[in-house]
Every structure is written in C-alpha cells, then in structure tokens.
Design a protein around this ligand. Sequence first.
Ligand code: DX5
Ligand code: ZN
Length: 236
Amino acid sequence: MLESCPVSDELLTTYQLAPSILSADFYRLGEQVRLVMDAGVRVIHVDVMDGHFVPNITIGPFIVEAISEQVHDAGGVLDCHLMISEPDDYIDTFARAGADWINVHAEACDHLNMTLSRIRDAGCKAGVTINPATPLVAIQEAAGDIDFALMMTVNPGFSGQGFIESVVPKIARARTLLPPGVGLQVDGGISIETIGKVLPTGANNFVAGSAVYGAPDPAAAARELMEAMAAYSASA
Ligand code: DX5
Ligand code: ZN
C-alpha cells in the first residue's frame, strides 16, 4: 500500500483508465503492466475471484505482491477488486501484499461498514461494488464511509462479456448519491464502442480488460480509451 499517498487520493477522483490484468498474458505479466503504464495508465485493476462468490478462480495476493514494486515505482496504484466470499478474512493479506485500493462486493458483506473500516484501518482506500441487478440502496447508507464505488456493467466472473446497457441510469444515480470526493468506477464490457455510453453518467474511472489486453497493441488501445476520456472531459 502507499501510505497516505497524495497521488493515490488524486487518482480516485480524476479520469482514469484501469486496465484489468485478468486479460493480460501472465507469462509476461511485468511487461504487460509496463506497456500500459508507459502509455500513461496509473491504476492497475486486479480481479480477485474465489470460485465461490463467482464461478471463476483467478488472482491472489502473490500476484499483487509480484507487481507491487513495479506499479508503485511508476507512480501507480493497485486496485484490488475482491469478488470473494468472506472478504474480511483477506483484507490484511492484500494490504500487506501491496494493494492500495480494496474493493468489496456489498452482496458478499454481512456487515459492510465493519468491512470498510477494516480496509481503511489496513491503510487502503475502501471501495464497494454492486452487481448489475443490485439496487443502489445497497450502498446508500455506506456512501459516507467509502473512497469509491464500483458499478458492475457485467455479472462478475469473467472478462470479455457484453456491456449491460440497462445499468447506465443507475450509474448516473450513483453519482448524485455519492459525495463529491468519492470516486465512481465502472467495470465490465468497457471498450471504445461503449465508453461513450458511460462517460455522461459522471463516472470517472473505467476498468477495461479485453479491450486493452485483448487488443493487438495494448498500449495503443489504452491510449485510445484515455483519449476518449480526455475528449469527453474537455467538452463537458
Ligand atoms: C469481471 C471483472 C472485470 C473484467 C473486465 O468479473 O471484474 O474487471 O475482467 O473485463 P472486460 O473489460 O473484458 O469486461
Ligand atoms: Zn473487476
């Protein structure tokens, strides 16, 4: 984690692309991370799945630890999206591994405020995520206790799924619900074709897995998405 790092604070609320390493080539993971960071990316999204909360099993704290120094040395943050049951049991482990932002699913937390406090006590920024069909009220009472919220635009579990457009109005409502200093992230099916649908919602952080790492040139794909974000912000 980056202890009380002003860079981490700024990254929460500014326009940021967060490439998901879930779609990266793990044989060359360090190189794949470098490619997008050299292109200007500062938020690396890590999709943690346990085969229980979601059907897939993916990345754990060892991978976070393996890329932590590289990401931090380049001025970036590790944004860990925990798609796991009982996330409380793993918060300290991910924080020690180098996570800067830890994001839990409201659907997986029995005592959400307690979990969020645990994340902050571990020195990380606290995020809460909801699935496409979960109503916004699930996070409403926690809105003052989070650093960012994540609206899923696919059902969690896999990269490369289609963007669920019916979530778009909920993202806009989330922006009006959240205090101004709280970031708003969108995750699932974001590409150069779909990002234009979510930019007007007020979201500022866009996760992209297959659109970046599934492209023949991930750096060019990341740049194209960041240019779309910059163009929108200049026109807004
Ligand atoms: C889905 C993950 C996403 C996913 C994004 O469960 O949380 O971060 O990897 O991949 P794309 O951008 O391909 O939908
Ligand atoms: Zn994710």
